[in-house]
Ligand binder design. Structure first.
Ligand code: C2E
Ligand code: MG
Ligand code: MG
Ligand code: MG
Length: 289
């Protein structure tokens, strides 16, 4: 009886679970058309400097404004795009859209502006044989100053062929891009890999930042990553800063950049534009809090 009940309770979930692969297939076929229909858009999350909490730039984060389903977060469709091979086209769309937007901001703020823009690069984009050509095209087409552009790659992206990946990254860095390792601490980067890859900074994963105030181990990991990054002369970024205490602790560690809901959520273009407008009105970068 109890078993039957347990099973029926489980069954209640089955239809949903069963429909999930169908949903995936559905989204996969929708995605092909979505690029042409221009259903993707970028949100921009402020990246602030510590301890002064002023805007230094943004991270571009993709959203899908699906005709029937509304705004879909990347966690839902990036994996599908990766599995189906659509990630190259999607990544190319992101690169173009981000470079185009950055060019607009650079024109508004003047060529010397320190404002930066980060883009997330999927492993398959980096491994693609045309990786450089695609990025060169976006760069040249937009006329953006690439020294203000940052490319975020995860540790897993670098897990493949060491020589190929470091060669790719070196080529991108020679073009002027800064290279950041995203979600640092969750993949595997041996010390020797970190040393071999041409990188500019580490983004400490939010899973260490969020609990750092109440979990001693997380705090110890954050301190260790900061020390490692400093020793290697890398810039340090904290992701997922949600509370005041974490911001203060990170400032004390001399972590120089931070992102998180404490400062700002990812913003639609109009709101990011409004912050740029503030930069034009009063000198210096606007505070984010
Ligand atoms: P990510 O690159 O590590 O981006 C940070 C994610 O953390 C974003 O989620 C952001 O909204 C969220 N976040 C920022 N601050 C906080 C905070 O204080 N608390 C919490 N709980 N979350 C915070 P989002 O936009 O949903 O993106 C998720 C992931 O999807 C990204 O992680 C990135 O791996 C991927 N992604 C987003 N846009 C792109 C893209 O254009 N291309 C590729 N290949 N991947 C992308
Ligand atoms: Mg990122
Ligand atoms: Mg991250
Ligand atoms: Mg440096």
């Amino acid at each position: 009886q109890a078993k039957a009940q347990g099973r029926s309770r489980c069954l209640a979930f089955t239809p949903e679970m069963k429909s999930e692969p169908l949903l995936m297939l559905r989204l996969q076929s929708d995605m092909r058309r979505a690029i042409e229909r221009d259903e993707f858009l970028l949100f921009y999350q402020p990246v602030v400097s510590l301890p002064d909490r002023r805007l230094t730039g943004f991270e571009a984060l993709i959203r899908w404004n699906h005709a029937q389903r509304g705004l879909i977060p990347p966690a839902t469709f990036i994996p599908i795009a990766e599995e189906s091979g659509l990630i190259t086209d999607l990544g190319d769309w992101v690169t173009h859209a981000a470079c185009r937007q950055m060019r607009i901001w650079q024109d508004r703020l003047g060529p010397g502006t320190p404002l930066t823009l980060s883009i997330n690069i999927a492993p398959a984009q980096l491994a693609h044989p045309d990786a450089w050509a695609l990025i060169d095209h976006a760069m040249i087409h937009s006329g953006v100053d690439v020294r203000r552009m940052k490319l975020e790659v995860t540790e897993t992206a670098l897990a493949g062929d060491d020589d190929l990946m470091s060669h790719r990254l070196r080529g991108l860095r020679e073009r002027g891009f800064q290279i950041l390792i995203d979600d640092f601490g969750t993949g595997y980067s041996s010390m020797s890999r970190l040393h071999r890859f041409p990188i500019d900074g580490l983004k400490i994963d939010q899973s260490f930042i969020r609990p750092m105030l109440f979990d001693g181990d997380s705090a110890a990991i954050v301190r260790t990553i900061v020390a490692l990054g400093k020793a290697l002369d890398l810039d340090l970024y904290a992701e997922g800063v949600e509370d005041e205490g974490a911001a203060v602790a990170l400032s004390r560690l001399n972590c120089e950049f931070a992102q998180g809901y404490l400062f700002a959520k990812p913003l639609p273009l109009e709101k990011a534009d409004a912050l740029i407008g503030e930069m034009l009105i009063s000198p210096g970068a606007p505070p984010c809090h």
